[in-house]
Structure formats: structure tokens, C-alpha cells
Design a protein around this ligand. Structure first.
Ligand code: HEM
Length: 85
């Protein structure tokens, strides 16, 4: 469930560091993680600057998580509409 307070300064110490490890962990973890996060933030920023992200008839609500992948991803893809601002 989306909880905007999950990453607040007060709650940070309650997060289980092993619950979500998209970049791996330990001495061989992803060397490009900071770059990748920056790239993703740039993409999201550029999208939100130009578009409203809206559900379409193909958008699955609630989203079904794939059990066939090692990483967390959508079972039937991410389907979203872009409405130019
Ligand atoms: C969203 C994007 C990315 C994800 C989810 C991701 C994820 C991962 C994961 C899971 C590993 C294996 C970690 C482990 O074995 O514990 C890894 C390794 C690695 N990643 Fe990424 N990565 C991303 C982007 C990048 C980028 C942008 C670069 C380079 C510019 C990069 C370079 C590397 C390298 C060189 C390794 C091997 C590190 C080693 O074996 O010492 N990755 N990545």
C-alpha cells in the first residue's frame, strides 16, 4: 500500500533493509545505482512537466504483481495514459 510517510525521517529506521533490494547488496551491488536513480528521476520530472498521467481502459487497478520475475514488476505491464498539459 502507498504510504507517503514510509520514507519520512522518523520512520526510516523501521524500514527492513532487505525488504526491497533492486540494486542488490553487499560488495558486488550495482555500481550504477545512483546514476540509474538520477536518470529515472529526470525521466519522471520531464514527463510530469509536460503531461498528466491518467488511467486508461487498459490500466489495471489494483496492479497485479508478476510472480514469474525475480524483480518486482507488473504481471500484465504498466498501462498509463499521457494527457498533454
Ligand atoms: C534501474 C537501473 C538498474 C538496476 C535495477 C540495476 C540492478 C543491478 C543489480 C541487481 C546488480 C547485481 C547486484 C548484485 O549482484 O548484488 C547490478 C550490478 C551492476 N550494475 Fe546495475 N542496475 C541498474 C543500472 C545500472 C547502470 C546505469 C549501470 C552503469 C552505468 C550499472 C552498472 C552495474 C555494474 C557494473 C554491475 C556489476 C557490479 C559488480 O559485479 O561489482 N547498473 N545492477
Amino acid at each position: 500500500m502507498f504510504d507517503p510517510e514510509r520514507f519520512s525521517l522518523e520512520n526510516r529506521r523501521n524500514i527492513n533493509a532487505s525488504a526491497y533490494v533492486p540494486f542488490g547488496s553487499g560488495p558486488r551491488n550495482c555500481i550504477g545505482s545512483r546514476f540509474a536513480i538520477m536518470e529515472n528521476k529526470t525521466i519522471i520530472f520531464q514527463l510530469l512537466k509536460r503531461f498528466n498521467i491518467v488511467p486508461t481502459e487498459k490500466t489495471e487497478i489494483p496492479l497485479k504483481i508478476s510472480l514469474m520475475h525475480l524483480n518486482v514488476t507488473a504481471k500484465n505491464g504498466f498501462w498509463l495514459g499521457l494527457k498533454r498539459l
